[in-house]
Design a binder for this molecule. Structure first.
Ligand SMILES: [Zn+2]
Length: 220
């Protein structure tokens, strides 16, 4: 089996394989050639999509980041070392944390959104190429439009018509719709509380980046 593992990303189940030597080779080559630019694109191609069976599945940046983290867990280690100075007693803590403790998926199954005469059915983003060409993290109308299956039973609206419809809504109605969507949409909770080994007090941390995520040798 070429893709023997599965990763659940919200409601989607992906078939994946671990990183191979050729993935690292391509990653290193491109990182060196690009002199450190475009590392997100290079990672997304070589260390995420190359390892997913379905290359055409549309994933948001947050979903890609989550899959990347899960592949690291599968391919390198489930844990990582974290050192921090306790803010209460100055003790230098060295902890071994689990990837899953600092990368927790949060989502709900899509249910129809019903707000003031609108009934909106949602679905996963369908067209990866179209999504990648048109996505805009600052455009909430687009974010919704990518996922609309139907509005009041109507499935015939084009993407642009949907964007226009959302843009034209009164702000209070739009916000209610958007809030319901955000409540269901996949995101990652990367907060974790560490307990000091000396004084026993806890400190919350946000793990936007996981230290030692890729072994140092990968960059040599
Ligand atoms: Zn302490």
């Amino acid at each position: 089996m070429e893709y023997p593992h599965t990763i659940k990303v919200g409601n989607k189940t992906l078939k994946v394989r671990k990183w191979k030597a050729k993935d690292r080779k391509a990653f290193k080559k491109e990182i060196i050639e690009s002199e450190g630019n475009n590392s997100d694109v290079i990672i997304t191609q070589n260390l995420v999509y190359n390892c997913i069976e379905n290359k055409n599945i549309a994933l948001t940046d947050e979903e890609i980041q989550y899959v990347f983290t899960q592949l690291r867990k599968l391919s390198v280690s489930e844990t990582f070392e974290y050192t921090y100075k306790c803010i209460h007693c100055d003790y230098d803590n060295k902890e071994v944390l689990k990837i899953d403790d600092v990368s927790k998926p949060v989502f709900k199954e899509y249910k129809p959104i019903e707000v003031q005469g609108y009934k909106i059915e949602l679905q996963d983003i369908k067209n990866k190429k179209f999504y990648e060409e048109n996505k805009d993290q600052f455009d909430e109308s687009k974010e919704l439009a990518f996922r609309v299956k139907s509005i009041n039973g109507d499935m015939s609206k084009s993407f642009n018509e949907l964007v226009e419809l959302f843009d034209d809504m009164d702000i209070d109605i739009f916000d209610k719709i958007y809030d319901q969507f955000q409540d269901m949409n996949f995101h990652v909770d990367n907060t974790h509380e560490c307990t000091c080994k000396k004084c026993g007090k806890t400190t919350p941390f946000e793990f936007d980046e996981i230290p030692g995520f890729l072994p140092d040798s990968w960059y040599k």
